[in-house]
Design a protein around this ligand. Structure first.
Ligand code: ZN
Length: 203
């Protein structure tokens, strides 16, 4: 399986990092070895410098497809969950500055936390899903999917023109504003529509 991730998909977050809005989705991959299951401890990779949390809604692909039409894209996922796209921010800035790919700052071991999923049909307000992240019981990130620059169905359409989507692949759909560093002893807890779907202790 693979992780396909979307960068700069919420305008407020684009601004907080001083980036420009994109005309097309910004896509990068993480390898399967980046997986960290829900509830497991994230061990800080100290050699990578400052690590930021990015809470994101994730989609689990349920069938194989390529060049998927936007109107059929909704058939390719029936569960929505929460994930964390852990990012080595200083390293990412260094790579960005050189015009190099981001993978070393984005795809390291344990950088893709996959929380629990809920069936799409259990979500009351699919056009504007609310999600938020607490760090040590204090809210640090909050997002609403009405603020997405590129909606889920469009992302599936767009990504599948480049990569065949396979059953079990996971799409990270981008982070809202409020990203920030984690330290040993922190605990991250993520909620989607008020339901706890993710919990990650940091050591
Ligand atoms: Zn991200």
């Amino acid at each position: 399986m693979k992780f396909i991730c979307v960068g700069r998909n919420y305008a407020e977050h684009v601004k907080e990092l001083g980036n420009k809005l994109e005309e097309k989705p910004l896509i990068f991959l993480k390898p399967e070895s980046a997986l960290l299951q829900n509830g497991k401890i994230f061990v800080l990779p100290e050699h990578l410098g400052s690590i930021h949390h990015e809470l994101e809604i994730i989609l689990k692909i349920n069938r194989n497809g390529k060049c998927i039409d936007r109107e059929f894209a909704h058939k390719y996922y029936d569960e929505i969950g929460l994930g964390i796209d852990f990012t080595a921010r200083e390293l990412q800035n260094e790579l960005k500055g050189k015009g190099h790919p981001w993978e070393l700052a984005k795809g390291f071991d344990q950088s893709a936390v996959v929380g629990n999923f809920i069936p799409k049909e259990e979500i009351n307000n699919p056009q504007n899903i609310h999600f938020n992240l607490l760090k040590n019981d204090i809210q640090v990130q909050e997002g609403f999917t009405k603020d997405l620059m590129f909606q889920f169905d469009y992302l599936i359409h767009y990504i599948s023109q480049y990569f065949t989507l396979k059953m079990g692949d996971i799409i990270f759909t981008g982070t809202p504003s409020g990203v920030g560093p984690v330290q040993s002893g922190d605990e991250l807890v993520g909620f989607l529509e008020g339901r706890e779907l993710l919990r990650t202790p940091i050591r």
